[in-house]
Unconditional design. Structure first.
Lengths: 92, 92
């Protein structure tokens, strides 16, 4: 069975990429956007969005900037929240 | 004649990469570190540091994280300052 979107929420985060990915998933699912919708709005491939949310790809500042525009939040806010997640060590 | 380090200070910043680069230059020069010292401390090539400071390369979150560790500042603080620079449109 396919994993529901956001099912990785409780996995621990081990680095800033994973923490950012968890934050991106949370912002997206709160808005009830699919990964496809985020991909279309930000101009990236859905598979790339998936890798970013899992933390298996490290986004460049340029990508962060484009994603932040798509979700109307400053990059610094997303990163600050990701740092908080990383300190707590949890995706929640 | 060679341009002194930090000589680009007054150039305008057009995107977050350039704004981050300007911020990195400022933090580094305030500490009286050369680009070589920052390179050695962060584990990157000096030429890469130079490209980041000029904003011609877009750092990944992983790189930002390593640079932030090297200069003992959170990534979110550096990005927030870069966003402020970008809003003002100036490297100063």
């Amino acid at each position: 069975m396919a994993k529901p979107i956001g099912a990785d929420k409780k996995r621990t985060v081990r680095n800033l990429d994973e923490a950012f990915g968890a934050e991106l998933t949370e912002v997206r699912t709160r808005r009830r956007w699919s990964q496809q919708q985020l991909a279309e709005t930000s101009g990236y491939d859905e598979s790339y969005i998936r890798q970013l949310e899992r933390g298996t790809k490290s986004a460049t500042l340029r990508t962060l900037s484009n994603l932040a525009s798509a979700i109307s939040l400053p990059v610094s806010v997303l990163i600050k929240r990701a740092e908080t997640r990383l300190r707590k060590g949890s995706r929640e």
